[in-house]
Design a binder for this molecule. Sequence first.
Ligand SMILES: [Zn+2]
Ligand SMILES: [Zn+2]
Length: 478
Amino acid sequence: MLKISLSVAMPERLNTSLSNFLIRKDRQEDLTFALWTPSQGNSRLTALIHTIIFPEAGDRQVHGNASFNPDYFEKVCAIALREGCGIAFLHSHPGAGWQGMSEDDILAERKIAGAVAALTDLPLVGMTIGSDGTWSARMWQHVGGREYRREWCQSVRIVGIGLKADFNDDLMPKPVYREQFKRSITVWGKDNHQNLARLKIGIIGLGSVGSIVAETLARMGMQFISLIDYDEIQPHNLDRLLGATEADLGKLKIEVAKRQFEHSATAERTDIASTPHSLAEEEGYRAALDCDVIFSCVDRPRARHILNHFAYSHLIPVVDGGIEVRFDKNKRFTGVDWQLQTVAPGRPCLACLGTYNLTDVNLEESGKLDDPSYMKGLPPDHRHKNNENVFPFSTNLASLEVLQLIALATGVGGISDFGIQRYRYIPGNIEVDVERKCKDGCDCQELEGHGDRNFSLCGRDIGAEKARERQRQREKIL
Ligand SMILES: [Zn+2]
Ligand SMILES: [Zn+2]
């Protein structure tokens, strides 16, 4: 049976309200309830916390060991039922770090686990915050009859301008120090290394930028990587694909990227998932939902649209970049820009930044971008045909993207957000924009933490189906 791991994620601004309320100046414990929505990956269930239902006067007693009154619990149940959401019970402890549970904690959660599961069809999520703001979390799984068993989550992720992951050290052990990490650790410190190395990192698109991002992460000691791409290697890829040679022609890009990652990894153990599907297809979609952070290395409108949805609705930050080469009428090179940004709650979204538009998403969904006769009819300088690129453009963009991940996940040097960075070949500088916000009427903030509750973007991908057909034909010939 597939091992399903568990995690919890919440937007930064919710974490701020919760810690302000639960971590009391008088050092007493306190409690509250919240609502959550499931985010179901291939091998992980994440509880996305999106709504807090704070106790009102008379809802609970604070007396060292806080307890709630039945009326409060009933009110929470009624709201959860009306909204179709799961229930989380959150309380605070006076100690620091990942918190265990007292006998009283276990009794209190076990007592309501059955009612919550029966009512919402989702397990009760229990969470504890320590005095230093570290969260711990568990889910109460039904094991038969009236029995519920506590299962610990691997991590609790706070997502926004930063990405803070609190790990359960028993389920996600800290990587043991190796000489290979010495120089990296000197730069950003042991704690940052241990946190970075435990993140599950997705790379969508293993073309030039994706293959270089993968190499960089392997050298940095990352352990958990998910590679998603349906494409195979063709001769015109070989001038930009790190690790690939002529002997790899016809192989899947993820296959070569996996081999290269294992080859360059400095981590003692690696866990690499590779998915030969499109992000839009169920297999790719669910593989991406297993990740804590995703690199968007595919220059397609539909993938950006889905990743934008993941960044807010599923609370998975996305580091996105794109390269735009320009030519004059005579096909002479006149310049190139590459732009990158990290999208997550509290940051402007990919749609508002104009990195894709819905007309193009629909065009791609209809299969037009993979239809040679349609593409042939477009003018030669059309944006759907603009895919010129060379290795040094990709290496620079890939490096800047990984630096955005480091800032996001560590805040080392006191910076978590570089804003939107745009390298301009002419005159040769990087412009930074930290002022941009989502446009009026953008609903991404409202969708934060709601998962696929309102809509799912998963379906067929004609481009991926054509690629697999092409690969099958090639295998037959060989
Ligand atoms: Zn407790
Ligand atoms: Zn927006």
